[in-house]
Design a protein around this ligand. Structure first.
Ligand SMILES: Nc1nc2c(ncn2[C@@H]2O[C@H](COP(=O)(O)OP(=O)(O)OP(=O)(O)O)[C@@H](O)[C@H]2O)c(=O)[nH]1
Ligand SMILES: C[C@H](OP(=O)(O)O)C(=O)O
Length: 215
């Protein structure tokens, strides 16, 4: 299955600016991208990075500097279309964000399986975002930001697409804020977790909810 992986090269991960410098945020975003690409590959997916600028990586890259929603919708137009000459449904296409540092091949495989049974199968992120989905309905399009998971469920209903929620801790954990780094240190098995340890981050379980501290 083709898997579009949106990736912003322009001031990535700004919500981590209290704990990482601009150069570190670029490096960390890149390690998360590499983890996502490895998991997609290992699950038998065919990743294509949809980036705001050139990225030096072993998978194909499409550069589109429009805002996220427009760029993803252009990719969906090209793949799902509303092509009246096509027989049956379009092939499913997945969109998986590049900041899912806990993702594993098994988690991607579950997403693919759900996408074979529903017109739209979607993994919400914490806080109501949309971390990953598979769509095979010709009219499904995205509207990211805010509680986009709820908006996407509504869009699916409006176009008459069956919708399935994919309940997954690994797909549901996008790394946006310093508190999310604790999840990466607790559950991460890839390069992002190793990068954080190398950069001096460790769990801080002294008070209340487990957080991270840097040496
Ligand atoms: N192609 C593309 N990808 C984007 C864009 N904005 C964000 N992304 C990617 O979409 C995913 C979710 O991004 P966000 O967490 O909303 O934004 P971010 O830039 O990573 O982080 P913040 O600056 O903290 O909001 C990540 O994989 C980003 O790399 C964009 O304008 N275009
Ligand atoms: C792109 C956006 O990501 P978040 O800001 O929730 O990380 C969303 O999922 O709609």
């Amino acid at each position: 299955m083709e898997v579009i992986v949106p990736f912003s090269t322009d001031r990535p991960k700004s919500r981590l600016s209290d704990v990482l410098s601009p150069e570190e945020r670029r490096e960390f975003a890149r390690t998360m991208l590499d983890d996502v690409l490895d998991a997609v590959d290992a699950a038998g997916g065919d990743p294509r990075i949809l980036a705001t600028d050139a990225v030096d990586v072993d998978s194909p890259v499409t550069v589109d500097d429009r805002p996220l929603t427009e760029a993803v919708n252009a990719a969906l137009d090209a793949r799902l279309g509303a092509d009246s000459e096509r027989d049956g449904s379009p092939d499913p296409v997945a969109v998986v964000m590049a900041d899912l540092a806990l993702v594993t091949p098994a988690a991607v495989d579950r997403l693919f399986a759900a996408g074979r049974d529903a017109d739209v199968a979607m993994a919400p992120g914490r806080g109501g975002g949309t971390n990953a989905f598979v769509a095979s309905h010709p009219e499904f399009r995205v509207d990211y930001h805010g509680a986009s998971y709820l908006d996407h469920r509504e869009i699916a209903a409006e176009v008459g697409a069956d919708f399935a929620a994919v309940d997954s801790h690994r797909l549901g954990t996008d790394v946006d804020e310093p508190a999310d780094l604790a999840e990466v240190l607790i559950h991460g098995e890839g390069r992002a977790a190793a990068w954080l340890r190398e950069a001096g981050f460790a769990l801080d379980a002294d008070e209340g909810r487990v957080a991270v501290a840097r040496e």
